[in-house]
Design a protein around this ligand. Structure first.
Ligand SMILES: [Zn+2]
Length: 334
């Protein structure tokens, strides 16, 4: 076993030992050191899009390849992406996931993954899939786009934008204030865009941040797995139970119907904060596995919820694993 795989194995074993001390005997079957490291990426951009630049960390194609090579030196790609395959996978294997269905995940990342023989799951935000007149984009993309535009504008423009934002209750440097606008105050983006004479609708129609249905179908045809990532990417802890369930079931059904998927996988937008057992009661029959970027301490639905480690912001998988990876069984002791 390589050094990194060994570290993962030791982390898993440590949590296993802690777990076994604290949990009732009947649960011990669920605790295993063979826990699969699952990585999450969003964007792989040679030149970052202005609407992504201030929002996400991202890899360049070169840094993406480097981090994949590091992973490949230490782990084997998991080939069996069935629920059983994922649940049974060992700590010497790994799984790559991409969230949000951004265009670069299709145009840049997918060919690299194919060339290296790495299977992956791509979680799609169904209302954002491009190519239809109803397609929308993440509201925060507007903040990032406007922030980037503002950085090239005159002091006069910056003062005017600061004043628009202050009027809506967002004081301070305009570039910071823009990024802190709450979803409910989204109308302020339109005001700022008008002042800066930017047609955001036209911009996003032309640049198309997300993949289309056809491109998603192409991914599925080429052997990539698809999953759902909500209808429009809300923070689940800010919406009610009914809306959480609707977002989950509708997006899950959408990808199932559109792409005829063999398995039903759902990734929480952001994380699974705000999720209750009532949520799992109402979605249990419609989803095979859930994926989250945190919430490994959550006891609920531990057989079906998998933790993932973010790799957007680091060039070192080993560092990310050591600081961020918590094996699934740890949920039993939190
Ligand atoms: Zn997301």
């Amino acid at each position: 076993m390589s050094r990194l795989a060994d570290t993962v194995f030791r982390l898993a074993s440590r949590s296993l030992r802690v777990s076994l001390r604290q949990i009732p005997l009947g649960f011990s079957r669920a605790v295993s050191s063979s826990t699969l490291p699952i990585f999450i990426f969003h964007a792989v951009e040679e030149n970052p899009k202005p609407y992504i630049k201030h929002l996400y960390d991202y890899h360049t194609p070169e840094s993406f390849e480097r981090v994949l090579d590091e992973i490949l030196r230490n782990f084997r790609p998991l080939e069996d992406l069935s629920p059983q395959g994922i649940a049974r996978a060992g700590a010497d294997q790994f799984l790559v996931t991409f969230d949000d269905g951004l265009r670069s995940s299709y145009e840049v990342a997918a060919p690299i993954l194919e060339r290296k023989g790495i299977p992956s799951i791509h979680f799609l935000i169904t209302d954002f899939l491009a190519g239809s007149s109803a397609s929308r984009v993440e509201e925060k993309f507007k903040a990032s786009l406007l922030k980037e535009a503002l950085s090239h504008r005159s002091l006069r423009d910056q003062a005017d934008v600061a004043s628009i934002l202050a009027h809506a209750g967002y004081v301070g440097a305009p570039e910071d204030a823009l990024m802190s606008v709450r979803l409910a105050d989204g109308a302020v983006y339109a005001e700022v865009a008008e002042r800066l004479e930017i047609d955001m609708d036209a911009y996003f129609r032309a640049d198309r941040p997300y993949i289309t249905h056809d491109e998603a179908a192409d991914l599925a045809r080429r052997g990539f797995m698809l999953g759902a990532h909500s209808r429009d990417h809300p923070r689940y802890w800010e919406i009610g139970l009914d809306e959480q369930v609707e977002q989950t079931l509708r997006s899950m059904q959408h990808v199932q119907t559109a792409f005829g998927l063999p398995h039903r996988y759902f990734a929480f937008p952001y994380k699974n904060k705000g999720i209750t057992s009532a949520f799992y009661d109402r979605t249990h029959d419609a989803v095979d596995l859930f994926f989250t970027t945190s919430g490994w301490g959550n006891r609920m639905n531990r057989q079906k919820v998998f933790h993932r480690v973010g790799l957007d912001s680091t060039g070192s998988a080993s560092q990310a694993l050591q600081s961020g990876w918590r094996p699934f069984p740890l949920s039993l002791v939190q």
